[in-house]
Design a protein around this ligand. Structure first.
Ligand code: SF4
Length: 249
């Protein structure tokens, strides 16, 4: 406190005292001399960084369970797709999957149900996976590059993919799949960060942080073009062979 403030308070109290008691302090004591209090150094303000899902590092969200992460995804309004969706589709499957299957984004049926790959393409995907011993109920997890449906089933825009990608990165970090199967061009290009021709490079192996990744045709493409089923089947056989090798090591 400043000396002037102390003096003011003292004078007020002395006046009140004199009014009540009829004497002044001068009779008993010399007038005190007030000085300024020593300045106390102001504490430095520290701001804890708040980990957000926009951090590119999945470690910013390590410690979350897949349910906790998906609960965050359900509340997301980070990109424009939040305005047109009916439901967010975080993903579904087992918590310690052998394989993570990645599509590009929810379609109409997925948007209505809040679940990935549940329409015609989903039924075909389940059959493809079953053919190589995979099942979303026992050893797979299924997710998408974007978790909300792009209107009219258009491709997700680059900024929508970027806004959503840290969710998938964190899902991979939590789930730790042994292998990743990318359904279609958008999924493999976002995962690898490379421009990829699905016709020329389906069935090749790529790498995502030490996890083998293979692109193959999206089930919707197989529904549109029956002739793609044979090469997709050859891809799946290669994928299964590699998974067996990993499981047997
Ligand atoms: Fe959020 Fe992804 Fe949905 Fe966009 S698509 S609102 S980033 S969850």
């Amino acid at each position: 406190m400043k000396a002037a403030d102390k003096q003011l308070i003292y004078t007020l109290l002395k006046t009140a005292d004199a009014y009540e008691c009829g004497y002044t302090r001068e009779k008993f004591a010399a007038e005190p001399v007030f000085t300024d209090d020593a300045e106390t150094p102001q504490q430095e303000m520290t701001v804890e960084p708040i980990p957000t899902m926009t951090d590119s590092s999945a470690n910013a969200n390590s410690g979350l369970t897949i349910e906790e992460l998906n609960a965050k995804i359900l509340r997301c309004t980070r990109c424009g797709l939040a305005r047109t969706r009916n439901n967010v589709v975080p993903g579904m499957g087992v918590q310690t999957p052998d394989v993570l299957v990645i599509g590009e984004g929810p379609g109409h049926d997925e948007d209505m149900q809040g679940l990935p790959f549940v329409g015609k393409a989903g039924i075909l995907l389940d059959r493809m996976l079953a053919a190589i011993g995979l099942d979303r109920k026992t050893n797979c997890y299924i997710a998408n590059i974007v978790k909300c449906r792009p209107p009219e089933n258009r491709n997700p825009l680059p900024d929508e993919q970027s806004a959503c990608f840290s969710f998938l990165e964190t899902q991979i970090h939590i789930l730790k799949p042994k292998m990743i199967l990318c359904m279609g061009k958008i999924a493999i290009e976002k995962i690898t960060g490379q421009s990829i021709s699905i016709n020329a490079q389906h069935g090749e192996f790529f790498d995502y942080n030490g996890i083998p990744v293979m692109p193959t045709y999206h089930p919707s493409a197989l529904l549109r073009n029956e002739q793609l089923k044979r090469p997709a089947w050859e891809d799946l056989k290669l994928f299964k062979k590699r998974l067996d090798e990993i499981n047997n090591n």
